[in-house]
Design a protein. Structure first.
Length: 181
């Protein structure tokens, strides 16, 4: 059941960018609120990859089935992530220059990776920005102020951010070289 829930959460940022794509002349404040909501939910899409950690607790007799299920849900989560970021890039170009849009998209990968870290290891959820903001921001501030005490957070954020950027860039290259029908 957790995979179905996680895939539902992964769909939210895609739903937001799909909606925003239909509203080209969005007011800046309204767009900013949608963007922040999108950014808060975006880590849920690639987060599903970290569910492979559950394999060590499963029934080894049916390990192949667990791997198949996790790969399927993870693949869909990554696909939703890529489609959503691609859509957001186009939406950002309606509001900002190419350079500013590129910088925002580039910053999305480490921010998403950090959000995944917060969810997987500190067990925060996207809605805790509203439900439990002080504890969440206190933990974030502690990680930023004391990086030497949170080495794992920084390594995870850097490595997973690079991973997401590489997947996005690879998809972008394939999209550009694939012949159009």
């Amino acid at each position: 059941m957790f995979l179905i829930w996680n895939l539902f959460l992964a769909f939210i940022p895609f739903a937001l960018t799909s909606y925003l794509s239909t509203r080209p002349n969005q007011h800046k404040i309204s767009f900013g609120l949608y963007f922040l909501t999108w950014l808060a939910f975006l880590p849920n899409a690639p987060y599903i990859i970290t569910d492979f950690l559950h394999l060590r607790f499963g029934n080894h007799h049916l390990l192949w089935l667990d791997v198949l299920m996790l790969a399927s849900f993870s693949g869909n989560g990554i696909l939703l992530f890529l489609l959503s970021v691609k859509d957001m890039k186009q939406i950002l170009l309606q509001h900002f220059s190419v350079n500013v849009s590129r910088r925002i998209i580039t910053s999305i990968f480490p921010l998403t990776a950090f959000g995944i870290y917060l969810g997987r290891f500190l067990r925060y959820n996207s809605w805790e920005i509203i439900q439990n903001p002080f504890e969440l921001f206190q933990d974030i501030l502690d990680i930023v102020i004391h990086p030497q005490l949170h080495f794992e957070a920084w390594i995870f954020t850097f490595a997973f951010g690079i991973f997401l950027a590489l997947i996005y860039r690879t998809q972008d290259i394939f999209h550009k070289i694939t012949p159009k029908d």
